[in-house]
Design a protein around this ligand. Structure first.
Ligand code: NAG
Ligand code: NAG
Ligand code: NAG
Ligand code: NAG
Ligand code: NAG
Ligand code: NAG
Ligand code: NAG
Length: 344
């Protein structure tokens, strides 16, 4: 067992023993009495990922438009997805690269799809290889992800997906069902550095467990949450999505756990415009938490350039004091500044 995992275990163990005093200075007590590894900008991170909408249609929805204007909330006004279609963006979020699995490469090999402007179920039926390549990817065990960084730092983590076909563990089912889970939106099951390790698979859950963990005060320090293709707006629209968030999350977001020393990120995987020339790929992304200072109006927007790889470098910086541990684009990606936006 590596030192880092012993340390992680000791923090978790302490959490289980309500009366125990932390023995390691890096452990600290969070809102639920759970012990955490302290970070520089935040002690916990929560990420929820939605699908396929450009910034302006999202901003046109009254709920999304108000959300980033609340106290301790900020819009990342220059945040970009990396490529098209969905799955490579998710790979970039946890591994800092898509390793060439993106639509631009697919088109190079399949010019018949060059004029598609959207990917619907019909598209997948017409071009089954697109669905296959979009789902059945397993990166070999030497490819690292943000999970390696978290475990090295002793930070507890769990990934939750709505509609995941099993309660806990690694499952490779690729579902193309309009109400359900889609493997291509849940990157953890596509890296053998995760799926080959039973102890890592044990941190992968159906979202039911999120609500259990929440109720029991046992949420980990790193939470990655993926809604179904309906709830994430892939198969619906921004009205549906904002109603889903209000119904499922608004109360939870008010809780101490999601505020005190926490960094929360709501983002989209990619823009809604599949025109292949759309390299801009700007998306709506909001951060919030007690550390996000919003003393003036200007504090509500950060105009610094960020992309999905910033999600990794921000974690690396926070818990290890350096970036680039994966050796992919995390070496260069801007760390999200929590306290103040870059422009104020
Ligand atoms: C894509 O559109 C261009 C421009 O309209 C056209 O020249 C080309 O033949 C189309 N390709 C396919 C595969 O339909
Ligand atoms: C994955 O889920 C499917 C559908 O529920 C199930 O049939 C299969 O046994 C599961 N596989 C594993 C490895 O859990
Ligand atoms: C979303 O879809 C619903 C139901 O079809 C519709 O009533 C609503 O106007 C749509 N909202 C937007 C922003 O398109
Ligand atoms: C999609 O992107 C292309 C290229 O940037 C642009 O010309 C087009 O207007 C966009 N379409 C929509 C609906 O935003
Ligand atoms: C950076 O990311 C892009 C897109 O995912 C990828 O093509 C490229 O190989 C990555 N670079 C490194 C050094 O990993
Ligand atoms: C993301 O942003 C960084 C700069 O913050 C840049 O170096 C990198 O190439 C961008 N793209 C990817 C795929 O990470
Ligand atoms: C740049 C910086 O302050 N990094 C810190 C991030 O958090 C770790 C763990 O708390 C510190 O060791 C680093 O110095």
């Amino acid at each position: 067992m590596k030192l880092a995992s012993v340390f992680a275990a000791s923090c978790v163990l302490l959490a289980a023993m309500a009366q125990a005093k932390p023995t390691n200075k890096k452990c600290q007590t969070g809102p639920h009495g759970v012990k955490y590894v302290k970070g520089r900008q935040f002690d916990r991170i929560f990420q929820i990922v939605f699908e396929n909408h450009d910034v302006w249609p999202v901003q046109a929805d009254p709920w999304f438009n108000k959300f980033w204007k609340k106290d301790n909330h900020r819009l990342l006004g220059n945040y970009h997805a990396i490529t098209h279609v969905s799955q490579p963006n998710y790979f970039n979020m946890i591994a800092g690269s898509d390793f060439g699995d993106n639509l631009y490469n697919a088109v190079a090999h399949h010019p018949e799809v060059a004029n598609l402007t959207s990917l619907t179920l019909e598209t997948y039926y017409k071009y089954p290889w697109l669905a296959d390549s979009d789902n059945l990817i397993n990166y070999p065990a030497n490819v690292k992800t943000v999970i390696d960084v978290l475990e090295e730092a002793g930070v507890s983590w769990r990934a939750y997906a709505e509609g995941y076909p099993i309660h806990q563990g690694c499952n490779f089912t690729m579902t193309v069902d309009s109400t359900a889970y889609a493997r291509r939106h849940f990157p953890f099951v596509s890296f053998e550095s995760i799926t080959n390790k039973p102890e890592r698979c044990n941190n992968i859950f159906n979202s039911d467990q999120f609500f259990e963990d929440y109720k029991n005060g046992e949420l980990p320090q790193y939470i990655y949450y993926v809604p179904t293709v309906k709830d994430d707006m892939h198969d619906t629209n921004t009205t549906y999505g904002s109603q889903y968030i209000q119904k499922t999350w608004s109360k939870i977001f008010e809780e101490k756990y999601f505020n005190e020393n926490a960094l929360n990120i709501l983002t989209f995987d990619e823009s809604g415009n599949f025109t292949f020339s759309d390299m801009n790929n700007q998306i709506y992304t909001t951060i919030w938490g007690s550390g996000v200072e919003t003393k003036s109006t200007w504090d509500h927007i950060d105009w610094a350039y960020y992309n999905h790889t910033s999600l990794i470098s921000t974690i690396e910086d926070n818990w290890t004091g350096k970036i680039g541990q994966l050796g992919t684009n995390d070496t260069f990606a801007n760390v999200i500044r929590v306290k103040k936006p870059y422009t104020s």
